[in-house]
Design a protein. Structure first.
Length: 171
């Protein structure tokens, strides 16, 4: 094989590999998250304050408390309710390919209660309260973050964190 043919072959292999990795890697990441997390699907779980050993969230911030939910809305919608602390609060919804398709923070919510209804793609929101969020995939992850402004506020923030929950709605 000539040097030009070898280089051309390597460029084609590199291009194909690049495209495959770009298209498939996000799904692999979410598959690993689901396998490693070992938390029930459609239930909000609250992580303890971040320490140097924390790795449940990639590159966790010690200034945040995290709650998360592995969701599956293939059959039924999911309601997420939370009480907002006096500090920063946000909720983010991630599709099965890691795309962040919805985010809202405390500055966008009137009052101290937040309620969301996550429905499958193309499905109608069930009757009742809550901001409708259409999932971009049947499975994914919801992440809630609360700012820890002072270490001594952590016990109060944990109490607020534990008020948040997710529940599957009737079919």
């Amino acid at each position: 094989m000539s040097a030009g043919g070898f280089i051309l072959t390597m460029l084609v292999v590199a291009a194909v590999t690049h495209v495959v990795v770009i298209l498939r890697f996000p799904y692999l990441v979410m598959r690993i998250v689901r396998r490693v997390a070992k938390y029930p699907v459609n239930e909000l779980f609250h992580m303890p304050p971040t320490t140097a050993e924390s790795r449940a969230v990639v590159r966790p911030s010690p200034d945040l408390l995290y709650s998360a939910c592995l969701y599956d809305v293939s059959e039924r919608a999911l309601r997420i309710r939370a009480t907002l602390p006096g500090s920063y609060w946000s909720i983010s919804f991630f599709a099965n390919n890691t795309d962040n398709f919805f985010v809202m923070n405390d500055a966008e919510i009137a009052g101290r209660e937040a309620e969301f209804v996550l429905v499958g793609r193309g499905k109608a929101k069930p009757a009742g309260p809550g901001t409708a969020v259409e999932a971009q995939s049947d499975r994914g992850v919801i992440l809630i973050r609360m700012l820890v402004e002072r270490p001594e506020a952590i016990p109060d923030l944990i109490a607020v964190q534990k008020l948040a929950y997710a529940e599957r709605l009737p079919a």
